[in-house]
Design a protein around this ligand. Structure first.
Ligand code: NAP
Ligand code: HSE
Length: 436
């Protein structure tokens, strides 16, 4: 029998869309590099798609078979590794669990599946001594999964904060720099291959939350149930708030954040985590992450802060890290699927209403005497102190009153906003965002 290190690695690819096509291209163009890196060929044997009628055989290497039958990948004894690039949860789960049961290694970029329904997949991988690699599932080509499981394994990580969705960052950047409308920017992101098949996952924050769930496991060894994560997206982002934020010296970004809090009295550690739009001061590195780029800032007391930056979506950037996972399989790197050899524990969660931060607030009111006093009164009732205020004159007598507050809790801010609503002075629902 040929040894595992010299015979070709045979691949079954599920999905020939944006990332799948990028991978096919890299496997063709980088053959020499692959041979030099791992000393063996990586051969695409079969490709699974949903629609048989579309003509795509031409883009596949000679001898590679196109199929719509999932079992022809999962059950083929000639295939060593299944690369899942279909997306979604149901069919992808079936494919991966069946492939693992047949002893195949897995490479996937499917963060939705891994965040929502993967406990049994990690177990199956362990039991079958299979590699389950997923570098492409978080932050595009930024090597954050490998960074957490390997070079940072000697650190107690205190916090992870980042921009984890390329589509949202692209939309916010286009709205900020080019004055583009939300819908037009989303359409462009879709045309560029950045968005999910269901783009609500991007703009409503769920894609970033999927990725954050994976990072929490890798960084802290904790399970934060995806369904419990507080998530707010950018669907209702108004260009006026982006413009006001700029006047104050801030950029609006969709932030994913997880940090550990140690309660000194009880000695217990709890996790604060969520996804939300926030104002980021222009002098912070995160504020300068533009377009489809993502960034991750990791903080640990031993290492200090570390900042990783790179393209967060798109065919070739993502395919490049999927390929690096394939190279790891070709080298037969040991299984290190979660970065921990022990079971992942349930996280003890800080309720979102207890989160503390400064806030940006915009209320639309009639330009009349006493209005400013009324709003300020509702904030003062909740012990919220204002740091800055601006009011803009408007022709139609409805004016935006914009505040920056000092630090308070999410609960106090929600109560103050409810009180402002009850005064009857509002001409539209208030808008408020956290400030980093
Ligand atoms: P895509 O362009 O929508 O392509 C999906 C491919 O999977 C298509 O070829 C489709 O077949 C096939 N497929 C879908 N469901 C299938 C099923 N039930 N059976 C067989 N084939 C099926 O998706 P993508 O953007 O490449 O994303 C793929 C995965 O990578 C997703 O998990 C996504 O979250 C992740 N990802 C994407 C990016 C990115 O920038 N796009 C970045 C990182 C991670 P047809 O061609 O016949 O429709
Ligand atoms: N739709 C995702 C994004 C793809 O825009 O970030 C990369 O995971």
């Amino acid at each position: 029998m040929e040894s595992a290190s010299s015979r070709p690695l045979y691949v079954g690819l599920a999905g020939l869309g944006t990332v799948g096509s990028g991978l096919v291209r890299l496997l063709r163009e980088d053959r020499e590099l692959i041979e030099k890196r791992v000393g063996r060929d990586i051969v695409l044997r079969k490709v699974l798609v949903r629609t048989a009628t579309r003509e795509r055989q031409a883009m596949l290497p000679e001898g590679c078979e196109l199929t719509t039958d999932m079992t022809s990948l999962t059950d083929d004894p000639q295939i060593d590794v299944v690369v899942e690039l279909m997306g979604g949860t149901g069919a992808a789960h079936k494919l991966i669990s069946r492939a693992l049961a047949h002893g195949k290694h897995i490479v996937t970029a499917n963060k939705a599946l891994l965040a929502e329904d993967s406990e049994d997949l990690f177990r199956l991988a362990r039991e079958n001594n299979c590699l389950l690699r997923y570098e492409g599932s978080v932050a595009g080509c930024i090597p954050i999964v490998g960074t957490l499981t390997d070079p940072l394994a000697g650190n107690h990580i205190d916090s992870i904060m980042g921009i984890l969705n390329g589509t949202s960052n692209y939309i916010l950047s286009e709205m900020t720099s080019n004055g583009m409308d939300f819908d037009a920017a989303l359409t462009q992101a879709q045309e560029l291959g950045y968005a999910e098949a269901d783009p609500t996952l991007d703009v409503d924050g769920f894609d970033a939350a999927h990725k954050l769930t994976l990072l929490i496991r890798l960084a802290f060894g904790l399970d934060y149930p995806f369904a419990s994560m507080p998530v707010q997206g950018i669907r209702n982002m108004d260009k006026r708030d982006i413009a006001f934020a700029r006047e104050f010296g801030y950029r609006v970004k969709l932030i994913a954040e997880a940090r550990l809090h140690k309660d000194e009295a009880s000695g217990k550690t709890r996790l604060e985590a969520g996804v939300f739009p926030a104002l980021v001061h222009h002098s912070f590195l995160l504020a300068r992450v533009g377009g489809v780029y993502n960034a991750v800032r990791i903080e640990s007391q031993v290492s200090g802060p570390i900042f990783l930056h790179g393209r967060g979506a798109g065919a070739l950037p993502t395919a490049s890290v999927v390929l690096s996972d394939l190279l790891a399989v070709a080298r037969m790197d040991r299984p290190n699927n979660t970065g921990f050899v022990t079971e992942i524990e349930k996280a003890s969660i800080v309720p979102p209403e207890h989160w503390r931060s400064r806030y940006y607030v915009r209320v639309m009111v009639s330009d009349e005497s006493g209005v400013l006093r009324d709003v300020a009164g509702c904030m003062a009732d909740e012990d919220i102190s204002m740091a800055q205020v601006i009011q803009k004159e408007n022709e139609d007598n409805v004016v935006p009153l914009v505040y920056m507050t000092h630090e308070t809790t999410a609960q106090a801010m929600s109560r103050a906003m409810q009180k402002v609503r009850e005064t009857g002075i509002l001409r539209a629902d208030p808008v408020f965002y956290r400030i980093l």
